[in-house]
Design a protein around this ligand. Structure first.
Ligand SMILES: Nc1ncnc2c1ncn2[C@@H]1O[C@H](COP(=O)(O)OP(=O)(O)OP(=O)(O)O)[C@@H](O)[C@H]1O
Length: 611
């Protein structure tokens, strides 16, 4: 008897913000609906979950007319009997109705056809009877329609749902032909009826067609003489280029060895840590870029251009040029220590701000470093943090990025939730997901083997207008095998064993976890210092199962009306991205276009402001 459990229910309800009446499926006590009364607080409940809790008997009339804000009703796998309560029709916002696995009988109530927002309807495994009405077409947003294993009879009407994803009418007493609109469904969903026509009848393919097809395929696979010649010439040229490169590198090395022999002593004395490790001040910040070298010290070693002086090397896309001395004169503060070294914010004399990353443990040779960093610097996209310049000397490797004033997504999501922090609204979160997706897609567009390798919320930085920019691209490949990125455990795809070799599909997995983090407001395992976090993909899967409900979403998001459907779609995309098998994950360009659809189609300015 639920009324005797009221205290437990109340405490459960308050733990989820007073909006969800949730009865755990592990609840063993048999209970029924007699004596359940809803007070005014009940009016705010938006989801009623009572799956598999041995509810039996008929649901008394009037329960649902007191719960008119319900969006989800789940009474699956109980022993409820009698007609489907018609007062469910008073829940005008209803999206999900799961009554599967009970003994409901009688007709599907006509009153329900006014529930225009219904998205998931699961009536499978009951004793429902009567004809399937063409009024089901009123559910224009329907994605799931499960009517299987009932006693529905008569013909199947034309059912046209633009967004239908799940459909099943098998094992009823239906007869006649499968209507045209449903002929694209798989055979299984119609079995166990007296139905005819495609897809139930096999379609015979004449052999001539398949022969033609094979012939075409063979032709397609054959290479023309010109193409073969092109490939041979290309290969020869590639070999010549490689040999030339090896020759130049060898010559350079032998020259360098000779020069080193004469000046090495003097250089070793002078060449020093450009920045030096200066002790931090009491509040954790040094007053300026530590240990500024004089220009003569700077000139003593390192990069060496034609004139022999140390220089910052700028990339083409940089509009503002400053030199190493300007940078070293700048006032600076530590932004944080990452896997690859320490990041500083430097304010140059004119007021320009840059973020300087001082790399440690670079394992690759100088030419390899330059080649890799030039590749990174050439990446120019509005959703990547621009790498403006780099500096290379034996002792010191610096990377100069644009400074991103709003900091990281991680800090914004999990930073101080107390006063002074403005919550991220739905529009911003969707925009951030889209920006990050576009940035990663751009990286992937440079070749099948080009990936980011370290996607996480602390590597997504934000502009003042909350535009997302992905950072740290290409750094993992510069480091030795002992450098393992910090706090990535929760983001790393299960198949990744070497953090320096992360496939594009593994980036997609990490991106999926990042989107789950955006939607749930929860950090994944070990994403934050000293915090456990959760295995986000598993947690979301276990909470959501088949029931698309609001419970997984960040409480801050629940205040936004009418975007739940979009949130559910983004959640589904994130779950797809975090599929355990890489082949089941979408590509980044598929991901981007799915988010673009939501961004373009779903966002109504009226919906993004709170209640
Ligand atoms: N371009 C930037 N603009 C503003 N802040 C930045 C910038 N780059 C880094 N930061 C800040 O510096 C901190 C340290 O960054 P860094 O990239 O070195 O480490 P991380 O992202 O925390 O970890 P990892 O190195 O494993 O990716 C970040 O948390 C961020 O707050």
């Amino acid at each position: 008897d639920l009324s005797s459990e009221r205290a437990a229910l109340l405490s459960l309800r308050s733990s989820v913000g007073g909006r969800t009446l949730f009865w755990s499926t592990t609840q063993q006590n048999p209970c029924n609906f007699s004596g359940v009364q809803c007070n005014t607080a009940g009016n705010h409940i938006i989801a009623l979950h009572l799956p598999g809790v041995s509810l039996s008997g008929q649901i008394p009339i009037g329960i649902f007319s007191n719960l008119t804000h319900l969006r989800t009703i789940s009474l699956r796998f109980n022993s409820l009997s009698g007609p489907i309560p018609s007062d469910i029709a008073s829940c005008v916002d209803l999206r999900n109705l799961y009554l599967q696995g009970n003994n409901f009988s009688g007709h599907f109530p006509d009153k329900f056809f006014s529930l225009h927002d219904l998205v998931r309807l699961n009536l499978a495994e009951n004793d429902l009877s009567g004809e399937i009405s063409s009024s089901f077409n009123n559910f224009t947003r329907l994605r799931t329609l499960y009517l299987d294993n009932n006693k529905f009879s008569g013909p199947l009407p034309e059912l046209k749902f633009d967004k239908l994803e799940q459909f099943n009418v098998s094992f009823n007493n239906l007869n006649g032909f499968v209507p045209k609109s449903l002929q694209t469904q798989p055979k299984d969903v119609f079995l166990g009826n007296d139905l005819h026509g495609p897809p139930l009848d096999d379609v015979h393919v004449p052999p001539a067609v398949s022969v033609d097809f094979r012939e075409k395929k063979r032709k397609k696979n054959r290479l023309s003489g010109g193409a073969i010649a092109g490939i041979v010439i290309g290969c020869v040229l590639a070999v010549v280029v490689v040999l030339l490169f090896v020759f130049i590198v060898c010559r350079k090395r032998s020259n360098k060895r000779r020069t080193n022999a004469t000046i090495s002593k003097q250089r070793h004395a002078e060449e020093e840590d450009v920045l030096g490790e200066k002790p931090l001040t009491g509040d954790g910040y040094p007053a300026a870029m530590p240990a500024l070298p004089t220009s003569s010290a700077a000139a003593a070693g390192g990069v060496g251009d034609a004139s022999g002086s140390k220089k910052l090397v700028f990339f083409n896309n940089s509009s503002t040029i400053f030199d190493l001395e300007d940078l070293l004169r700048a006032s600076a503060e530590v932004l944080g220590k990452g896997t690859f070294g320490t990041a500083y914010k430097a304010v140059l004399e004119g007021g320009m701000m840059v973020a300087v990353k001082r790399l440690k443990d670079v394992s690759v040779s100088e030419p390899e470093f330059r080649e890799k960093i030039e590749f990174v610097g050439a990446m120019d996209h509005k959703n990547l943090v621009p790498l403006r310049a780099y500096y290379y000397s034996k002792q010191e490797k610096l990377l100069v990025y644009d400074y991103m004033p709003m900091g990281t997504l991680s800090a914004l999501l999990h930073g101080n939730k107390g006063g002074g922090r403005s919550p991220l609204n739905w529009e911003s979160r969707l925009g951030i997901a889209l920006g990050a997706a576009r940035g990663i897609e751009f990286i992937h567009s440079h070749g099948d083997d080009v990936s980011h390798g370290n996607i996480k919320s602390s590597n997504v930085l934000l502009t003042k207008s909350l535009e997302a920019c992905v950072s740290d691209f290409g750094l993992a490949q510069l480091m030795g095998p002992s450098t393992t990125p910090n706090r990535v455990a929760g983001y790393r795809a299960p198949e990744v064993t070497d953090p320096r070799r992360v496939s594009q599909k593994a980036d997609v997995y990490s991106f999926g976890v990042l989107v789950l983090e955006l939607l749930t407001g929860k950090p994944p395992t070990h994403a934050l210092l000293n915090e456990e976090g959760v295995d986000l993909p598993r947690w979301v899967q276990s909470t959501v199962k088949e029931e698309w409900t609001s419970e997984v979403f960040d409480l801050e998001l629940l205040r936004y009306q009418n975007v739940e459907e979009d949130m559910v779609q983004l959640l589904q995309l994130a779950i797809d991205c975090a599929a355990p098998y890489p082949d089941n994950r979408p590509t980044m360009s598929e991901v981007t276009s799915r988010i673009e659809e939501l961004h373009g189609g779903g966002l109504n300015p009226d919906h993004v402001h709170g209640e």
